[in-house]
Ligand binder design. Structure first.
Ligand SMILES: Nc1nc2c(ncn2[C@@H]2O[C@H](COP(=O)(O)OP(=O)(O)OP(=O)(O)O)[C@@H](O)[C@H]2O)c(=O)[nH]1
Ligand SMILES: Nc1nc2c(ncn2[C@@H]2O[C@H](COP(=O)(O)OP(=O)(O)OP(=O)(O)O)[C@@H](O)[C@H]2O)c(=O)[nH]1
Ligand SMILES: [Mg+2]
Ligand SMILES: [Mg+2]
Lengths: 275, 290
């Protein structure tokens, strides 16, 4: 890093490339670099410049950290496009609430469409030794979730219900309408909206993440984001644009495929990954 | 989108003669459009460099319709990088061709293993699929169900060692006269040494003829890293871009094509078995360039 001492233009270019490669988006990179040049007039050292940069981005992300600490009786609804890590994250959330919050957790298999979706969640429930509310594949997701919510509330043997749902491309009207129906079903069964509505974003996603967040935000006002697959080389830079534009806080980062691989979202750790 | 951007830049010209610096400005707009479409910044830069050479030649600068000419050059260069025409895979009947399906977690490998099987079976080939994903809960079950629901043949096994399973399926395919064996592998990170070595071991054991990289079309800059690493270790022979039914611009397609130098074979356009089309470079150009 120190080898760039003295060549300011070279250092700034290197920083710009790092931000672009992190999926910050060209316009955001222009804005950030503009501010950096203004605030770092006298700086010529790469390390000092990147410290300045980190504090700039951390200012944009101010307030983006949010802790998951649900009340007993809470219903957590998980959503997102296909393959982002919803089902795996449901298992991780259950483990987190059990081990960190000392709560009893049950799951609902809301994906009745995709091949072996119920079996996949059943295996996770088994590993965690917790109850799974499910029906056969092809059942109406609305009725599976209705029954799960009713049973969860009536039985009272669990503190939290986490509802897994099928992947849905945000531009698929039918699937978005189905998701609206799922939320209505929860309200009807529980007498309240889902307490937590968590949108899962794949850390390797590019600018399209903003389209996803836009549509899910209009549809269900998510209470938090979880960004997965941050154990790869992707930097999840879209979180910066997302928070600036939508202000949805970030709860966790997914950091692997085991149920322990869920880290509370921390701005410093996030920035360290980028730099 | 790009057309609007360029129209605005062009309007500034107002009938004056085209200059090299104007071309520079136009190309800056193209570069931003590519970055917003998720093309990797290095791939975008080298693309722009090639276009610049073509667009600042004498003919262009003297042209009466420079705007249209530059757009055409950008478009043509794009289709050229993507691989000018649609590439058709052509396995041979009577000889076993082995496809190994690889890629990051959740990219769509299992779904497209089934779609490929359906594609080739419909074309008259005898196809067998096998899942060697012993890690993901119910992964093997997922492929089995997809095959059963769609009249496709799946190699049944209760194995726990991917390389051993691949060998058994290969032997079975050879012995029973299959034309095609498609191996669905577990999602893996290109930086996971052990898993990348496993993919290589499967390739050796099953004598994989085709290594197909499955990439989520919503992927950002990282698609370039993935393509480079998978290609270096496994030698990608083709890729499939999935989830193109979304509104993603799909710039990852250009990055993957440019870096792996392997053809983009198919586009995944939905969750259903028939939702896969032969990849069309010109359609992708429209999509990325807007
Ligand atoms: N490396 C890594 N892999 C992950 C992470 N989260 C999930 N995965 C993997 O991503 C793949 C997809 O995960 P799923 O949980 O099935 O994703 P999903 O969103 O439920 O998928 P659909 O229900 O089909 O839409 C699996 O192979 C998971 O193991 C993560 O944080 N890191
Ligand atoms: N809309 C849409 N969904 C797709 C497409 N391809 C795959 N999917 C969905 O994406 C999700 C992930 O697909 P999988 O086939 O399980 O992905 P995978 O790469 O095998 O995942 P791992 O084995 O966990 O790495 C599933 O919900 C699929 O139905 C596509 O082209 N369009
Ligand atoms: Mg799922
Ligand atoms: Mg799979």
């Amino acid at each position: 890093k120190g080898v760039f001492k003295g060549d300011k233009k070279g250092i700034l270019e290197k920083i710009e490339m790092t931000l672009l490669e992190a999926d910050m988006g060209p316009q955001t990179v222009v804005d950030i670099m503009e501010e950096l040049k203004n605030n770092a007039e006298g700086l010529r050292d790469y390390d000092l410049l990147s410290k300045q940069l980190a504090s700039q981005i951390s200012r944009i992300l101010q307030g983006s950290e949010r802790e998951l600490s649900p009340e007993k009786g809470s219903i957590i609804l998980v959503m997102g496009v296909n393959g982002v890590g919803k089902t795996t994250t449901v298992a991780k959330l259950a483990h987190y609430l059990i081990s960190e919050r000392k709560m009893k957790v049950s799951l609902a298999a809301g994906d009745t469409y995709r091949a072996a979706a119920v079996e996949q969640l059943a295996q996770w429930a088994n590993k965690l030794d917790i109850k799974l509310y499910s029906q056969q594949a092809g059942a109406d997701p609305g009725s599976v979730i209705f029954d799960a919510v009713r049973s969860f509330q009536q039985r009272g043997d669990s503190d939290i219900l986490i509802v897994d749902t099928g992947g849905r491309i945000h531009t698929n009207e039918n699937l978005i309408n189905q998701f609206t129906k799922i939320q209505r079903v929860i309200e009807k069964a529980a007498g309240k909206a889902a307490d937590e509505r968590i949108l899962i974003i794949d850390g390797t996603t590019g600018q399209n993440a903003l389209n996803q967040i836009d549509i899910f935000k209009k549809n269900s006002e998510p209470t938090g984001l979880i960004i997965t697959k941050m154990d790869g080389t992707a930097k999840g830079g879209i979180l910066v644009q997302s928070f600036r534009k939508f202000s949805i806080p970030v709860l966790f980062m997914g950091t692997g495929e085991r149920f322990e691989d869920l880290a509370p979202f921390k701005i410093t750790a996030y920035l360290e990954k980028i730099f | 989108n790009l057309k609007e951007r360029l129209r605005n830049t062009f309007a500034k010209l107002q009938g004056k003669r085209l200059t090299a610096s104007y071309v520079e400005e136009v190309l800056r707009e193209v570069r931003v459009a590519l970055l917003e479409a998720d093309v990797h910044y290095k791939v975008a830069s080298s693309f722009i460099k090639n276009v610049k050479e073509l667009a600042t030649g004498e003919k262009i600068l003297a042209s009466l319709t420079p705007y249209q000419q530059i757009i055409d050059i950008v478009y043509q260069e794009f289709v050229k990088v993507m691989g000018e025409t649609a590439v058709e895979l052509a396995p041979v009947k009577g000889k076993l061709t082995v496809f190994e399906i690889v890629g990051l977690q959740g990219s769509g490998k299992t779904t497209h293993t089934a779609k490929l099987a359906h594609h080739f079976q419909s074309a008259g080939f005898k196809v067998l699929t096998v899942s060697v994903d012993v890690y993901r809960p119910a992964a093997i079950e997922q492929l089995k169900i997809l095959c059963n629901n769609n009249g496709l043949e799946n190699f049944d096994h209760s194995g726990s060692k991917p390389v051993k399973i691949a060998k058994k399926a290969y032997d079975h395919a050879k012995k029973n006269g299959y034309d095609i064996l498609i191996i669905d592998t577990a999602g893996r990170l290109h930086i996971d040494d052990a898993m990348m070595k496993e993919a290589l071991a499967i390739k050796k054991t099953a004598e994989s003829n085709e290594i197909i990289l499955v990439v989520d079309s919503m992927a950002g800059q990282d698609a370039a890293n993935v393509a480079r690493e998978f290609n270096e270790l496994l030698n990608i022979t083709g890729s499939i871009l999935t989830k193109l039914d979304s509104d993603t611009r799909g710039g990852a397609a250009l990055s993957v094509r440019a870096i792996s130098d392997a053809p983009l074979l198919f586009a995944g356009t939905g969750e259903h078995i028939a939702d896969m089309e032969v990849f069309h470079p010109d359609r992708m150009a429209q999509r990325i360039l807007g």
